[in-house]
Design a protein around this ligand. Structure first.
Ligand SMILES: [Zn+2]
Length: 57
């Protein structure tokens, strides 16, 4: 019997067992204008807020 398993396949299987994929940190900043109204809107730095259009740096 030949039970040859490629090394890269073993690596992929072990990667699927790892946990902690659910919590992805949000890349961006909160829009200050929306924050004043009580809304937390995350904006990517350099882009405009999708809610009010305020540019966030
Ligand atoms: Zn906003």
């Amino acid at each position: 019997m030949c039970q040859h398993i490629p090394a890269d396949k073993v690596a992929v299987l072990s990667m699927n067992n790892s946990e902690g994929v659910n919590t992805v940190p949000v890349p961006g900043r909160r829009c200050p204008a929306c924050l004043e109204r009580g809304d937390t809107v995350w904006v990517i730095p350099g882009k405009c807020c999708p809610q009010c259009g305020t540019p966030v740096n």
